[in-house]
Design a protein around this ligand. Structure first.
Ligand code: NAD
Ligand code: UDX
Length: 463
């Protein structure tokens, strides 16, 4: 079947950019992105395209090109479901915060709600595509809900996980390493797979479109994130050993990365990985392994998270120790709050945990991030529930430029690798700070030799 009408449930970091690219590359397909969040949909529809709710390089322009032509954002979920031949489910699947599996399992309540809504509304046969990252065998539960509607509609369920990384989403979507589609081996399953392959084939070479069974596809997404995060934790573990031995983690990463069997990507030591995916998906993998009684498998992957927590904590501990064992009442400047550069997303950012530790030590944090507003920062801290919101508010001030944020401060901590931090007049910043002036570079971003020559006490990760 040739797809003419697509609905995507969930207008978030995945649904928005992915559907914009499909709309751009498939002018004959009408794409409607729906969400229950009215404010988010209103922002996607904002006349001024620079106000769309997600910052991604190149996304404004792309949305501007196709919105109102064949890309639509709407809160009319039922209408979009009814009209669609193919429905992507791209809702959030966070870690459960209650009940069985609390703190580990994926919360599938939004997914189940989507399935029930589709079952209720659908009047003709549809292909349902899992775009969200889901525990392996979720399609079984979806099928059970969809097949028991009693209204005779046939559903085919596909798994098509998304591998885009934030900050490079548009490029990743335009030029993916691979597109993965899992489906049933029955003739109907095969037909559904072919339909979705037909959508991607508009711009993705066929040899990069991989088809598998549903379970392999679901599991591959969790495994891909676990392997990527494991590389970051591996190099971060080595960074601590480097600090004790005068080895330099950047040199070690380069030396091992030139081995083609290892490869050079994802070997950047840092204050710890963040983002909405790595921690959640590994915890989910650990939970699933435990559920099958595979305790060694679970422990192996859990170590990636344990190492990451340690890396964040040891960064804040080192700041306190270096500042003569007290940061009470001291102004500490944070450059960056987002979990990586080129995104306004702060979910699970290392900055949140470092700030929480330093506020426990009564520090006053001065923040500058080019894309993150104070409201978001406070909501991230309040979510941890370590102290009252009014206390968080007392300890964080946000600035709209880095020079003001650094003025009269005791130390700067670089939490995000925004390119612009390298272009600053560091002499001017040094002159405005209290002495000795410290820089703790959690991203190994800045030119340490230059900063030391100016007079800074400069510390980076693993050097
Ligand atoms: P998000 O929170 O940015 O967006 C999800 C959206 O779904 C929200 O706007 C929410 O209001 C909406 N929603 C929830 N339930 C709904 C319902 N019943 N009806 C309509 N709308 C509903 O999440 P995201 O970052 O886009 O992630 C979505 C999924 O994709 C997750 O499973 C995630 O693991 C996966 N994923 C994310 C990334 C990433 O980089 N963020 C990459 C790959 C995969
Ligand atoms: C990740 C996966 O890369 C992507 O394929 C998946 O679809 C969603 O999850 P994302 O979280 O958006 O993407 O960004 P990513 O580039 O993977 O970075 C995750 C975290 O790891 C960031 O905090 C980043 O700063 C950190 N990181 C990454 C390092 O500390 N060192 C590295 O070498 C690479």
């Amino acid at each position: 079947m040739k797809i003419k009408n697509i609905c995507c449930i969930g207008a978030g970091y995945v649904g928005g950019p992915t559907m914009a690219v499909i709309a751009q590359k498939c002018p004959d397909i009408k794409v409607t992105v729906v969400d229950l969040n009215e404010a988010r949909i209103a922002a996607w529809n904002d006349k001024d395209v620079s106000n769309i709710p997600i910052y991604e390089p190149g996304l404004n322009e792309m949305v501007g090109n196709v919105r109102g032509k064949n890309l639509f954002f709407s809160t009319e979920v039922d209408k979009a479901i009814e009209e669609a031949d193919l429905i992507f489910i791209s809702v959030n699947t966070p870690t459960k915060t209650y009940g069985t599996g609390k703190g580990m399992a994926a919360d599938l309540k939004h997914i189940e709600l989507c399935a029930r809504q589709i079952a209720k509304v659908a009047k003709n046969n549809k292909i349902i595509v899992e775009k969200s990252t889901l525990p392996v065998r979720t399609a079984e539960a979806l099928k059970s809900i969809l097949d028991n509607t009693g209204n005779g509609v046939q559903f085919q369920i596909l798994s098509n996980p998304e591998f885009l990384a934030e900050g490079t989403a548009v490029q990743d979507l335009l030029n993916p390493d691979r597109v993965l589609i899992g489906g049933e081996s029955s003739p109907e399953g095969q037909k559904a797979i072919d339909s979705l392959v037909g959508v991607y084939a508009n711009w993705v070479p066929k040899d990069r479109i991989l088809t598998t069974n549903v379970w392999s596809s679901e599991l591959s997404k969790l495994v891909a994130n676990a392997f990527l995060a494991q590389r970051v934790s591996s190099i971060n573990a080595i960074s601590e050993l480097c600090e004790k031995t005068e080895a330099n983690v950047n040199e070690v990463a380069k030396a091992i990365g030139m081995d083609s069997r290892i490869g050079s990507k994802f070997l950047k030591a840092s204050v710890g990985f963040g983002g909405s995916c790595f921690q959640k998906d590994i915890l989910n993998l650990v939970y699933i392994s435990k559920a099958f009684g595979l305790n060694e498998v679970a422990d192996y992957w859990e170590q990636v998270i344990i190492m990451n927590d340690h890396q964040k904590r040891r960064f804040s501990k080192n700041i306190v120790q270096t500042l003569y064992n007290t940061v009470s009442g001291k102004k500490i400047t944070f450059l960056g709050w987002a979990f990586k550069k080129d995104t306004n997303d702060t979910r699970e950012s290392a900055a949140i945990y470092v700030a929480d530790d330093l506020i426990n030590e009564q520090a006053n944090i001065a923040l500058y991030d080019p894309k993150v507003a104070l409201k978001q920062v406070l909501s991230d801290l309040d979510y941890l529930d370590t102290r009252k919101p009014s206390e968080n508010e007392k300890h964080i001030t946000s600035y709209n430029n880095a020079y003001d944020a650094c003025k009269n401060s005791h130390a700067i901590a670089v939490l995000t690798e925004w390119d612009e931090f390298n272009d600053y007049d560091w002499q001017k910043i040094y002159d405005s700070m209290l002495k000795p002036a410290f820089v703790f570079d959690g991203r190994n971003l800045l030119d340490g030799d230059k900063l030391k020559a100016i007079g800074f006490v400069y510390q980076s990760i693993g050097c």
